[in-house]
Design a protein around this ligand. Structure first.
Ligand SMILES: [Zn+2]
Length: 119
C-alpha cells in the first residue's frame, strides 16, 4: 500500500502539491487476519471500507478492526429490502412526484365535481 501511494505521488505533481489536503481526506482502517497479522489500509475519507480484506502476508481473510459497529449499520442499510416507494424515488425526483401528486389530486377533484367519483 505504501509503495503504491509513493508511486501515485511520483506520477502526479498536483497531488504532491496538495499533500496536506490529500492526507486530511484519508483515513487508515485496521484489519486483522485469522493468523493474527495486523495491517492498515488507507482509504479515501468518503470511500467505503470493506469488512474484509486479504492479508498481504498469508493471503488469508482479514477482518476490519474498529469501526465494526459502523460497518454493521452500513451493511444493514444495504441489506434492507427496497420498497416500491424507494424505487419510484430513484426514478423521479421529489419535485416530480409532487407535480404528479398535484396532477392526480386535480384530476380527482375534477372527476368528483363531475359526480364520477363518490369518495
Ligand atoms: Zn495474515
Amino acid at each position: 500500500m505504501t509503495e503504491s501511494m509513493r508511486g501515485m505521488r511520483l506520477g502526479s505533481q498536483s497531488m504532491e502539491r496538495e499533500d496536506g489536503v490529500e492526507l486530511a481526506l484519508r483515513r487508515n482502517v485496521s484489519y486483522r487476519c485469522v493468523e493474527g497479522h495486523e495491517f492498515t489500509v488507507t482509504f479515501a475519507l468518503g470511500a467505503e471500507s470493506p469488512a474484509e480484506w486479504e492479508c498481504k502476508q498469508c493471503k488469508n481473510k482479514a477482518l476490519l478492526v474498529g469501526g465494526v459497529e459502523l460497518q454493521k449499520i452500513e451493511a444493514g442499510e444495504v441489506d434492507k429490502p427496497r420498497t416500491h416507494y424507494d424505487m419510484v424515488l430513484e426514478r423521479r425526483t421529489k419535485a416530480e412526484l409532487e407535480d404528479l401528486l398535484q396532477e392526480v389530486l386535480a384530476d380527482m377533484r375534477k372527476r368528483r365535481s363531475a359526480g364520477k367519483l363518490s369518495a
